[in-house]
Design a protein around this ligand. Structure first.
Ligand code: IMP
Ligand code: MG
Length: 174
């Protein structure tokens, strides 16, 4: 089986959208206490670019999660494999996700984080696949809505490969 990759969103399109999201977040979080929480591993590329597009004195932290599920489908049972390095009480938390697919992972994380007494919790996701939603998730800042295809690149993997592609692609199997 060989794998061909077709480009869905170019590096230039991503960069332009990340700049827009960064400008919006800069406006909205002025004079707040912003903590970006990147959800590993998928968000590491997006988080690094987004952080540099935000002109505020923010903190950045990462959360390692593992979702128990069958194959590529998440189950909604989310285990924290690496927790934040500092508490978030009274801070404005903005989750940074690569993709909201079924919505189960981010819905669980938002619920969990509300118990830690932050001032606010919002979600920024580069991608959203509404066709696959199992729970409704409010994505406060969204890069792109995409159709129901398995995507890779810009942090997203297929069996841990392709995270380093500078664009969002689709694996075509033939
Ligand atoms: P959810 O809980 O179904 O919303 O899944 C969220 C996680 O599943 C994402 O953060 C990704 O790590 C992974 N995921 C979902 N769809 C894709 C995809 O198309 N490509 C790569 N990873 C995906
Ligand atoms: Mg993820």
């Amino acid at each position: 089986m060989s794998e061909r990759i077709s480009v869905m969103i170019t590096a230039e399109q991503i960069a332009a959208r990340v700049r827009e999201l960064g400008a919006q977040i800069t406006k909205d979080y002025k004079d707040r206490s912003l903590v970006l929480v990147g959800v590993l591993k998928g968000s590491f590329v997006f988080a690094a670019d987004l952080a540099r597009a935000i002109d505020l004195p923010l903190r950045i932290d990462f959360l390692g999660v593992r979702s128990y599920g069958e194959g590529t489908e998440s189950s909604g049972v989310v285990q924290i494999t690496h927790d934040l390095s500092k508490p978030i009480s009274n801070e404005d938390v903005l989750f940074v996700e690569d993709i909201v697919d079924t919505g189960l992972t981010i819905a669980h994380l938002v619920d969990l984080f509300r118990t830690r007494n932050p001032r606010s919790v919002k979600v920024c996701s580069l991608l959203h696949k509404p066709a696959r939603a199992k729970v409704s998730v409010n994505v406060d800042y969204l890069g792109f809505t995409i159709e129901d295809k398995f995507v890779i690149g810009y942090g997203l993997d297929f069996a841990e490969k392709y995270r380093n592609l500078p664009y969002i692609g689709v694996v075509e199997r033939d």
